[in-house]
Ligand binder design. Structure first.
Ligand code: ZN
Length: 159
């Protein structure tokens, strides 16, 4: 079958940035998802539309169709004293922060004696991506999978 809304799709992929650096890959563990339900980035959904198992392709996806643009307002400098409960503050560590009524994960990007800079952007925000994709499987989702909102079986959840 062709890839369409509510199809279960499993892909092998290699993800690189514009300079060709490898950012992520499936490495023998295909990524399985229910197509058309927002489980993968929009640019990849578009590129997969109508394809079939066995297809291989390469697609460039600009940041806005991937993990979004990088927003300066999501980068904040906070007084170090406000993070007194956190041990071993260092660049690259992730913290959970309360923003309005939800918890967001922020990355520490700078630490000085007085201030800590935290960045709430997705690590790949603002990054243009290239996907090398091999479509491993395309099938209709079961009603149980649609109920659960995730894929069961060989490439999915076991429960
Ligand atoms: Zn389930």
């Amino acid at each position: 079958m062709k890839i369409q809304k509510n199809a279960v799709v499993a892909i092998n992929y290699k993800l690189t940035d514009a300079s060709g650096e490898l950012l992520d890959e499936s490495a023998g563990q295909p990524l399985a998802f229910i197509y058309g339900t927002g489980q993968i980035i929009p640019g990849l959904e578009t590129a997969l539309d109508g394809r079939v198992a066995g297809d291989t392709f390469k697609v460039d996806i600009p940041a806005k169709d991937a993990y979004g643009e990088k927003y300066d307002e999501m980068i904040q400098k906070v007084p170090r004293s406000s993070l007194q409960g956190v041990n071993d503050l260092k660049v690259g560590m992730q913290l959970e922060a309360q923003a309005e009524d939800q918890t967001v994960v922020v990355m520490v990007t700078e630490v000085t004696d007085e201030f800590v800079t935290v960045d709430g952007n997705h690590p790949l925000a603002g990054v243009d991506l290239t996907f090398d994709v091999e479509i491993v499987e395309v099938r209709a989702a079961t009603s149980e999978e649609l109920d659960h909102g995730h894929v069961h079986g060989e490439h999915g959840h076991h429960h």
